[in-house]
Design a binder for this molecule. Sequence first.
Ligand SMILES: [Cu+2]
Length: 295
Amino acid sequence: MNSLLLKTLPSLALGLCALGALSPAVAHVSLQQATADPGSAYRAVLRVGHGCDGSPTTGIAVQLPPEFTGAQPQPRPGWTLTHKGAEVRWTADSKQAALAPDARGEFIVSGKLPATPGPLWLKVQQTCEQGRIDWNEVPARGTSVEGLKTPAVLLQVQAPAAVLVEQGWVRPSVPGQQGTGGYMKLTAREGQRLVGASSPVAGVAEFHEMKMEGEVMTMRPLKTLDLPAGKTVEFKPGGLHLMLMDLKQPLPAGSSVPLTLVFRDARGVESRVETRLQVSISAPDGSSSQGAHKH
Ligand SMILES: [Cu+2]
């Protein structure tokens, strides 16, 4: 396995160099932070990424679910704020205050989340100079909004994960490319051991470590990785990384990839954390952007 991987590395590096096909991110109405702890104070930052078919946004109305209590909407300069019952509405006072079709705007409501975990759906009505979009579709079951044209905004109220996964990203791949590298930061609340990973876009997901052995850089798969309590372990180019292999589809920059991580605690209890990796040429925060050769 080990030597085979090392043999495939040159072609992989080639593939990583031939980055092409950039596609723009699909913009809906979304939440800056889409998961939050049960019973916590929560600041819903709704992001509006585009107008209605090229027309500027002049109004945003949010229907808050009854479980979202003590709502405190934040005023927006140049916009009138109304709050009646479960509805919070911002209306642009003038053409100048309206949100240009390609501009991003934030609309903020603070409140308290229920103690019981579960999905909350925020229905948003976006009014434009011309036209209107009702972001109000909720799947018949589950929380996947795949296939919905104008999904309501999902807020997942869930118990704190065993491990916090932050700044996950993966390098893009082009058609025919077999594998690519993924990076993230993991922080375990209590000691955990990372024991596995899977993604629907890859046949195989492994963890690799890169090390200098003498003068040769080697890469070896790790079966498990210990995560000490409270210490952030960073996966980064040139070091520890996630390796997605047997890719089932090209991964265009700007899209995202679901990833399931499996952890085991000191008592042997397994837990899973679902996350998404942003497909990006370099670290989305720009901190560790390195040449593609570093893999
Ligand atoms: Cu690797």
